[in-house]
Write a protein that binds this ligand. Structure first.
Ligand code: G4P
Length: 523
């Protein structure tokens, strides 16, 4: 099979990164609409609008059907298969978003044309940059009063240290916004409904500038001419390496520029990338199946305590019924009912290829960060665990239920809902989260699913760091002299708990051979 015919070459696995309100939901919806995965605009939006308050979040957590169907959405466009991985909008679930970004090959960065780069875009961009994920930029809301396009490009270059190459240029702005001009091949697309753009004879052509009011035409022709002369040309390699972003302008709400964006993905990819494992690099086109779990969703069906593990296939073909090896335990597991997700439904996956994401139902066998192979002992690294921002001591009023609580917390930790730290001195478990809302979700789930009414109290500590050292004896010395401040996590790795950042710095200064890590890879 030539590489162009390989099923992997058609896969495009990506996520959308954006600051809240920039238009991620609207864009998702339009992508699904053009990919034939939904029929009507408004379906994704309606779901999002239901998730407005805290209590709604709880309901969603209970009624997992809704959130899970939007976790990954598969659709087709031209001859490409797209896997769009959704990321939680709420900042309190940021760790989930970061983990999801380890499973994509590229990302769309949506920017509000009036606001430019906002805080969360910057943060998410930095996470993508850690893995050199290629970014396609979509400047949204051109139908409103916006900043000058050059100013936005400049801001991307300055704030993100990322080269920009505009592929399209907006024809007019705000009320005059009338479509997009493709600088590469001199075509005009007025609206997304137009499948084939119209070839034109340069910006002077009446088919292009004629879309604008008389008094705006010349300025626009000058702008496009300048864009062609002065902006970076698109460089595929620089894009694939994460150094340059192709830029598209549009309005997701009004159906402008979205089709330009989808076509860019078909044309420039990237298709599934090689993935780093501990022993070697795994190419997507290798024959044998490998993959890793980046997300777990519990209680898909509240009557059965099942969990869905989302597996990113990294190489080979995953076939329904195959036996895989769970490398962490060395045990085989049968993949009898892998599933694909669509906008509104799921379906048994008979086969999946590198780049695809399949849901694997299980009863707690799989954890975040797990690697599955056809037998080879290799581990994909890099699904990150972030040091929590908030630490809480669990208060259980009914001491008889301590064991049950321990099990429940362990399960939640395996799902990635919280992190669990067991103090070496035997005092009650400490849970760590990145955002306060996660504590609410935890409380609610312990109550509803495990009938465990618990409370959370501030812990004596506010900072947790994974500790390690080249010399095991030195690490042991540190542990011995800080017994009351040491805990172990789910993998039994030692963690130093500090009262505040000041005491952390103090210890780090005194114990130079000890590493205090704020990020740990799952293993
Ligand atoms: P998010 O997921 O990134 O948070 O953003 P979302 O798509 O929900 O969009 C946020 C708001 O911006 C919505 O308005 C949406 O309609 C609007 N919007 C998205 N794309 C465009 C665009 O291209 N042009 C314009 N003018 N507006 C856009 P809302 O008032 O919050 O909701 P709604 O009641 O209008 O739906």
């Amino acid at each position: 099979m030539s590489s162009a015919d390989h099923p992997v070459s058609k896969r495009r696995t990506f996520a959308i990164i954006a600051h809240p309100d920039a238009g991620k939901t609207t864009l998702t919806e339009k992508l699904l609409l053009f990919g034939g995965a939904i029929q009507l605009a408004g379906e994704v939006k309606a779901k999002k609008d239901r998730i407005q308050t805290r209590s709604d979040w709880m309901n969603i957590e209970r009624d997992r059907g809704i959130s899970v169907v939007t976790s990954v959405m598969t659709f087709e466009y031209r001859d490409c298969i797209f896997n769009l991985l959704d990321t939680p909008g709420h900042e309190d679930f940021a760790d989930d978003t970061y983990r999801t970004l380890t499973a994509v090959d590229s990302a769309v960065m949506v920017i509000d044309a009036a606001k430019g780069i906002e805080a969360r875009t910057l943060k998410l961009f930095e996470v993508c940059r850690m893995r050199d994920i290629p970014i396609v930029t979509f400047i949204n809301k051109m139908d409103r009063e916006s900043r000058d396009p050059y100013e936005i490009l400049d801001e991307i270059e300055q704030k993100l240290a990322l080269d920009t190459a505009p592929i399209t240029w907006p024809i007019g702005r705000a009320k005059s916004f009338a479509g997009t001009y493709n600088l590469q091949n001199n075509t005009v697309r007025r609206r997304d409904e137009e499948e084939v753009p119209t070839p034109v004879n340069g910006p002077e052509s009446s088919a292009a500038s004629g879309l604008l009011p008389e008094n705006e035409r010349q300025a626009w022709i000058d702008e496009v001419t300048l864009a062609r002369d002065a902006c970076n040309p698109f460089d595929l390699q620089a894009f694939r390496e994460g150094h340059l972003t192709p830029v598209y302008f549009g309005s997701a709400l009004r159906n402008y520029g979205v089709r330009d964006l989808i076509e860019a993905f078909c044309d420039y990819g990237p298709s599934p990338r090689a993935q780093d494992a501990d022993t070697r690099k795994v190419e997507a086109t290798e024959d044998k199946m490998t993959g890793f779990v980046f997300k777990i969703q519990a209680n898909m069906d509240p009557n059965h305590r099942d969990r869905i593990a989302f597996l990113r296939v990294c190489s080979g073909k995953l076939s329904r019924g195959m036996k895989a090896k769970l490398v962490r335990t060395g045990k085989p597991m049968s993949l009898s009912a892998p599933q694909f997700f669509f906008a509104r439904s799921r379906q048994i996956a008979d086969e999946a290829w590198a780049g695809d994401v399949v849901g694997i139902p299980n009863h707690g066998t799989l954890r975040i960060g797990d690697t599955l192979t056809e037998g080879e002992d290799l581990l994909f690294r890099g699904v990150p665990n972030f040091a929590p921002e908030i630490l809480r001591r669990v208060r259980l009023d009914d001491a008889m239920k301590a064991k049950k609580l321990r099990e429940a917390l362990q399960q939640m930790a395996e799902e990635g809902v919280v992190q669990l730290f067991l103090p070496d001195d035997g005092s009650p478990a400490i849970v760590g989260v990145v955002g306060a809302l996660q504590i609410d979700v935890l409380t609610e789930r312990l109550k509803v699913e495990y009938t465990l009414p618990v409370g959370f109290e501030p812990a004596r500590f506010t900072v947790a760091r994974w500790i390690s050292a080249d010399d095991p004896a030195e690490l042991q010395r540190f542990i011995n002299s800080h017994r009351a401040d040491i805990a172990h996590d789910l993998d039994n790795d030692p963690v130093f708990l500090a009262q505040n950042t000041f005491s952390l710095s103090y210890e780090a200064e005194r114990w130079k051979a000890i590493r205090f890590a704020a990020i740990k890879d799952y293993q």
